[in-house]
Design a protein around this ligand. Structure first.
Ligand code: T1G
Length: 692
């Protein structure tokens, strides 16, 4: 097998090229190839200096993540970096694109670093539950000082070429061809007789206790249970030791993290981000063109969707019922765009806004490629809108609804072109939240689904295919774990303990803080909508209905489960008596945090297994991605299905069966969960099946 590392030499300069598509990951063959190339340089009397660069769009994408968790194969990356650094002949890293993780460490193992404008130097390891494990925490501070290293490494951050030059991480930046510029640099170094400059020979950085205190305080608060950022700070602190001792400490901390479930969860999430859009049904299916999007309704969701499209350089025609509402929508969108400029997500708000047309007449949509309806959640209203869209939109155009729970098939069948109708369920704020549920009723054409996924990619969204049922994937599962929380309240738990336990599990908010943020009227209306179909054995949070009738709607009225000074909430003492009344003479029990988490998660996983079993979600990984990007599930746990595999499906099913003895209606085990347990299989096995 040819090595992914090529060696050539001319005019006294060796050029070492790494060519391992798609991202020049530092798999075993690349590491061995680099090792052999430096050996060859040492023996090549015609070469006095070497240039290291990457073929394709990256310098090096870092360690090969797919090798993690498997027995390590030599040479190890720290040894490869040490081998490059030990070279008696200078080695220049010529970086034209991303140099990430181990890729940045290889560059720091070189003696000189030249970057092309547009290059990027970063340490994303903590995003995988790791830390730089090939000298990054020891060599970077020696070049930049502690502050810059503590800025970048615990955050998994990156610097541009210009930024890297400013902090002293690299030596030069060029606008020219990277290899030609590197050859000029090489000739200059040879002429000057410059010896290899080894970063490990540099003294430890000047102590900076302030920088460490600041970083530790920041990440103790921000990490919410994630261990890698704080461990990375400890590794950077080891740069105060002699280099070899610091490297040993970095290695110890790195290997410790490699064994954590968080590393497994974050890598699971990394690969899911890429697998979720790979659907067998879309293989080889070309999407339809989308350059001009229509949006019906300029409320919070409509304006957010229009903003998301404008941010992705699409033209937008927004329809509102009258001029005043259209102007209001334009004002909201303008504010969204200005905020995007402030966040550095957009350069020119005016240019983006110039792509927006507002109108009150549907005929303005006669030439758009796709329209997204975002009007009031009422089936009659939706059907009226779709009848008008059906009348004005051109053949081949796509009609999409942003409904968050209504029957998309019923909406589709109200048109003459159900094959061109699809659900595009955005999450609020639509121009910020990354999740997009693509709801595909049976009659929808495959190229319409393909177009939805292509649009999602263009909008920078993570799209998940969902079947058509009440609440699709996310809201259906949410309704169930919310139901478990309400049951625990009836059985004796306090809403505040439940919120604390769920935050302790790693979510940004507990269910009752979430209810206060969304508005208790939303919860009330959802319950009211389901009264007709509710099973008599089901329970309802009557205390929450009382709160609604008292006008306690949560943050927006300053009172709900919590009372609010601004955004800060304090437990509302008046909720207790309402709950006690609702409990009546129901037997009570106490719940500690672990018991609360277990029930909440079991309800989430059990419903998710039903969603996968029914084909509403194609694979367990689709559920994991949905909960991560739409419901605040901690990324370091990988997702509820990954979490379930980590605790063991048999134990989870046992719990569910135990709880079913007292509440058989709510705790009906999912057939898929029972099947997997009896087959001795896991959700991960199902994900694997789907790639076969
Ligand atoms: N290892 C293995 N596979 C990788 C990979 C990697 N490092 N990076 C990407 N891939 C796969 C990916 O799964 C996909 O596969 C394909 O390449 C294209 O990726 C010791 C411990 C580089 C910015 O964290 O951030 O070094 O789906 O779709 O949008 O200190 O990939 O086609 O089958 O994302 O152009 C540190 C991770 C590792 C970088 C390119 N490095 N990668 O984005 O393409 S830890 C990272 C990315 C480390 C050392 C430590 C992005 C990208 P498939 P893609 P893209």
């Amino acid at each position: 097998m040819t090595s992914p590392v090529r060696y050539s030499s001319a005019d006294g300069i060796a050029v070492i090229t790494i060519d391992n598509p798609p991202v020049n990951a530092l798999g075993q063959a690349v590491r061995q190839g680099l090792w052999d190339a430096i050996d060859r340089l040492a023996q090549d009397d015609s070469a006095h200096i070497a240039i290291l660069h990457g073929a394709g769009s990256l310098f090096l994408g870092g360690a090969d993540i797919s090798e993690f968790g498997k027995p390590p194969q030599p040479p190890a990356l720290p040894d490869v970096c040490a081998r490059i650094e030990a070279s008696a002949k200078p080695v220049i890293a010529a970086v034209h694109g991303p140099a990430l993780g181990g890729g940045c460490e290889v560059a720091l193992g070189c003696h000189f670093r030249l970057a092309q404008t547009g290059a990027r130097f970063g340490f994303p390891e903590v995003k995988l539950g790791l830390l730089p494990g090939a000298g990054g925490t020891q060599r970077m501070p020696r070049l930049t000082g502690y502050a810059a290293a503590l800025d970048m490494i615990p955050a998994g951050g990156a610097a541009s070429a210009k930024g890297a030059l400013e902090i002293g991480l690299i030596d030069r930046v060029t606008d020219g061809d990277i290899v030609e510029a590197a050859k000029d640099y090489a000739r200059e170094l040879l002429t000057a007789g410059t010896a290899p400059r080894r970063v490990s020979d540099l003294p430890s950085p000047a102590p900076d206790a302030q920088a460490f205190d600041t970083a530790r305080a920041l990440w103790a608060k921000k990490s919410r249970g994630e261990v890698a950022p704080l461990q990375a700070i400890d590794a950077v602190a080891a740069a105060a030791l002699p280099f070899a001792d610091g490297m040993a400490e970095e290695r110890r901390l790195f290997l410790e993290l490699m064994e954590t479930p968080q590393r497994a969860g974050l890598i699971h999430a990394f690969f899911n981000d890429r697998k979720v859009s790979k659907l067998p049904e879309l293989k080889g299916v070309a999407p339809r063109d989308v350059a001009h999007v229509g949006v019906i309704g300029g409320g919070t969701m409509g304006a957010g969707i229009a903003t998301a499209c404008l941010l992705s350089s699409l033209s937008v025609t927004l329809i509102e019922r009258d001029d005043a509402s259209a102007d209001k929508a334009r004002t909201t969108i303008t504010a969204n765009l200005d905020a995007a400029v402030k966040r550095g997500k957009l350069r020119d708000a005016a240019a983006a806004l110039s792509q927006l047309t507002t109108a009150t007449d549907y005929t303005a949509l006669s030439d758009v490629n796709l329209t997204i309806e975002a009007v009031f959640e009422d089936m009659t209203v939706k059907k009226e809108v779709f009848a008008q869209l059906d009348a004005v939109m051109k053949p081949g155009a796509i009609l999409a609804t942003n409904t968050s729970y209504l029957d998309v098939a019923e909406i589709a069948e109200s048109t003459k072109r159900p094959q061109d109708v699809i659900g595009l369920h955005f999450f609020s704020p639509a121009h910020v939240m990354k999740l997009l549920e693509v709801v595909v009723p049976d009659g929808t054409a495959t190229d319409v689904t393909a177009t939805a996924f292509a649009l999602a990619k263009r909008l920078g969204k993570v799209a998940v295919r969902a079947g058509n049922c009440d609440g699709f994937i996310g809201n259906r599962i949410l309704a169930t774990y919310r139901g478990a929380a309400d049951r625990m309240i009836l059985d004796g738990a306090s809403p505040f303990d439940i919120d604390a336990a769920i935050k302790g599990f790693g979510l940004p908010m507990g269910p009752f803080e979430m209810a206060d943020l969304a508005g208790l009227d939303i919860g009330y209306m959802t319950r009211a909508r389901k009264v007709a179909t509710r099973d008599a054995r089901d329970v309802t949070p009557t205390w929450a209905d009382e709160m609604y009738h008292k006008g306690w709607l949560g943050q927006k009225t300053g009172q709900g489960y919590y009372t609010y000074e601004g955004r800060k909430g304090t437990p509302n003492p008046e909720v207790g008596p309402l709950i006690i009344a609702a409990r009546g003479d129901r037997p009570q029990q106490s719940f500690d945090a672990e018991q609360i988490q277990r029930r909440y998660m079991a309800a989430m996983v059990n419903e998710a297994a039903k969603v996968v079993g029914e084909g509403i979600a194609a694979r367990p990984l689709d559920v994991d991605v949905t909960l991560l990007y739409g419901y605040g599930f901690p990324r370091w746990r990988g997702g509820p299905m990954h979490w379930a595999d980590s605790v063991g499906l048999p134990a989870l099913l046992d719990d569910i069966r135990t709880w079913a003895e007292t509440d058989p209606y709510f705790w009906q085990p999912a057939p898929l969960l029972e099947q997997l347990v009896s087959d001795g299989r896991s959700f991960a096995d199902l994900n694997k099946d789907s790639t076969k």
